[in-house]
Design a protein around this ligand. Sequence first.
Ligand code: ADP
Ligand code: MG
Length: 210
Amino acid sequence: MITTQQILAVVAAIARRIESEKDFLTQLDNEIGDGDHGINLARGFKSVMEKLPTLTDKDIGAILKGVGTQLVSTVGGASGPLYGTAFMKAGNVCKGKSELTDEDFAAALQAAVGGVQMRGKAVEGEKTMLDALCPALKALKLGLDDGKTLTAALTDAVNAAANGVEYTKTIIATKGRASYLKERSLGHQDPGATSSLYMLQTTLEVLRGA
Ligand code: ADP
Ligand code: MG
């Protein structure tokens, strides 16, 4: 079972990780975008951390929803509404829950990824965060279906997301700002896929108790 405390710890750890990777994410976005991805996300998660104390007595659904609304209103760019929607959709699935089963966790990730797809109208292979998120979701579900523990299945998911990030180097962007570059986007790793990988890695570290 995943507890409310663990979810709060995941959010805080993601905020720290995004802050520490801010410059690298911004550098990636400099290569194929407008160089604001790390700055945008770090600003958003800083404001999430300011809001988090008001959410500590809430259920997991309300916490994730609060994170999402905060991201929507502070991150901006393409990734703000996308990550904001992801957290809000995950929050809907966890509504009223103070503990999550492995299945709840998978359902929350599924809703998050579905939210990104709905909002951004992108599919896998367009050099976006979905190239990390979709393979990760698939691997998580496969692992759980195979009877793996959540941390084992999430390890598979993180590996799949890391492969997805590598894959973004080999494809041309057809969504978002990077699509303006056409074939010049080749060879560059997608910033959003990279930040998605960091969020998944951080979630695993916290749930594993590292
Ligand atoms: P902006 O491009 O508006 O400056 P950011 O730099 O914060 O926004 O985020 C860029 C990232 O957003 C990209 O690297 C990509 O992963 C993601 N992205 C852009 N458009 C879409 C979309 N339609 N669907 C999914 N992800 C997208
Ligand atoms: Mg940008």
